[in-house]
Design a protein around this ligand. Sequence first.
Ligand code: GLU
Length: 278
Amino acid sequence: MKKFIRILGLVLTLFTLTVVVSACGSKPLSQRNVLKTDQQDKTITWGVKADTRLFGLLDTKDGQIKGFEVDLAKALTKQMLGKDAKAKFIQVTSSTRMPMLKNGNIDAIIATMTNTPERRKQVAFSNTYFYAGQSLLVKKGSSIKNVKDLNQQKGTVLGVVGSDSVENVAKVAPNAKVLQLTDYAQAMTALKSGQGQALTTDNGILYGMSVQNPGYEVTGGTFVSEPYGIAMDKNQTPFKNSVNQALTELRENGEYAKLLHKWFHNVKGFDYEEAAKE
Ligand code: GLU
């Protein structure tokens, strides 16, 4: 009888463990077939920015994240999985996007993320969907007009943790002090309160800030190329191929150009034709 109870206990424990493990879906990402499960669920889970006007910004009125990348992710989802498919959005920042992908919280990152050789060691990138370049945002009338001035005047430049912009600016303006904030909303607040003389990131993001803050301007042109790619797990080649195919189709059928125009045609001084470069 004792033996029977022991065996019963063991069976129950094993059963509970199996239920818990399968409920968490905790197969490592490398062993999952993201494209297959997304096709079954008719859903793709995208990591998007929520602090970046024009690309991905949370609208506090309706709780929706809005921007070019959000629209592009929706269009890609339908192109890949059919008209009735759904795009699910999870907020990421420059520093959380990579761990969120690695942990399997999201299927892909579409969040102003530059395809760099360093990052390619960790993730796979789609073809370029937005060709940006790093620049500076300053208060109108500032004595800093470009990175040379920033370097000469030993100014403080604001950036965001996890972005490559902070490393790039340290290389081109080694005399400047770099202050890193957690996200772009905080970086803009820091610029306005005078914690730095310039804010650095990609031109598209900076134009988004200048639209909202007319006392500030993008200056000095671009000093590093920043081609954005959709980042995915390295083992998900079928998913990556499907993303690339859908991206090509959206470029061919004119939908990509429509979205680019929708978000950027009103942005004064920004050459969005350049951003369409592959
Ligand atoms: N594109 C740059 C990067 O990938 C800066 C923008 C961002 O912080 O997302 O790091």
